[in-house]
Design a protein around this ligand. Structure first.
Ligand SMILES: O=P(O)(O)OC[C@H]1O[C@](O)(CO)[C@@H](O)[C@@H]1O
Ligand SMILES: [Fe+2]
Length: 199
């Protein structure tokens, strides 16, 4: 009658234990993700930037299944840019995802296929519905771990290619100890500037 539970979540910290899969991203695995690649390459390469824990779900990768996990983004900077996840669109582009902040302070950076960005503040209890066709990246702007729960269709997949190619045009940087949004110059703006410099 009673079904055995194979996994538990610590609801204070988001930590999963039991039947789980864990992965870690260190500074060494985040080449070209941050703006200041020189700063990244000069850091201690095994510095942990984020860890993801996921429940090993039965219908892994199959239509109809769900994934559930917690991402832990550690506090830190690469140059003046806050530690963050790589960010991705879903391979099955229309699939959505829920995020909720468990502890810490941060920003959810969102981007549509036209590379237009918007942000949502993350603080304990904030709930974030990420619609399909929206790339998402978690940024830790605080000084302790940022733990974020997530639930998404298990056949959604991760598309990192478009992010690797062009990145997000908005970055979260630390200016005078405070988080600030830094917008990358648009291609048109760049061209205009180059033309002005030439004349
Ligand atoms: O895959 P990224 O962009 O490195 O983000 C970290 C993780 O956060 C999640 O969105 C939720 O845990 C995973 O799908 C993803 O692997
Ligand atoms: Fe996702």
């Amino acid at each position: 009658m009673f079904h055995n539970i194979d996994t538990n979540i610590d609801i204070q910290t988001g930590k999963l234990s039991g039947n789980i899969i864990e992965s870690e991203k260190h500074i060494s695995g985040l080449k070209n993700v941050f703006k200041d690649e020189t700063a990244r390459s000069q850091m201690i390469q095994d510095t942990l930037v984020y860890r993801v824990q996921m429940h090993k779900a039965e219908k892994e990768g199959k239509e109809g299944g769900l994934f559930f996990g917690t991402s832990f983004v550690y506090p830190g900077l690469v140059g003046n840019e806050y530690f963050m996840t790589r960010g991705h669109f879903h391979s099955k582009i229309d699939t959505a995802e829920y995020y909720w902040c468990i502890e810490g302070e941060g920003v959810l950076l969102l981007m549509n296929e036209e590379r237009e960005c918007y942000v949502e503040k993350m603080s304990p209890g904030s709930l974030h519905y990420i619609k399909g066709r929206i790339a998402h990246r978690i940024v830790n702007t605080g000084n302790k771990v940022l733990a974020v729960g997530a639930c998404w269709p298990s056949d959604a997949g991760h598309d990192y290619n478009s992010i690797e190619k062009d990145g997000f045009p908005v970055r979260l940087v630390c200016i005078n100890g405070e988080p600030a949004l830094m917008k990358e110059e648009s291609q048109e703006g760049k061209k205009e500037n180059e033309e002005q410099n030439r004349s």
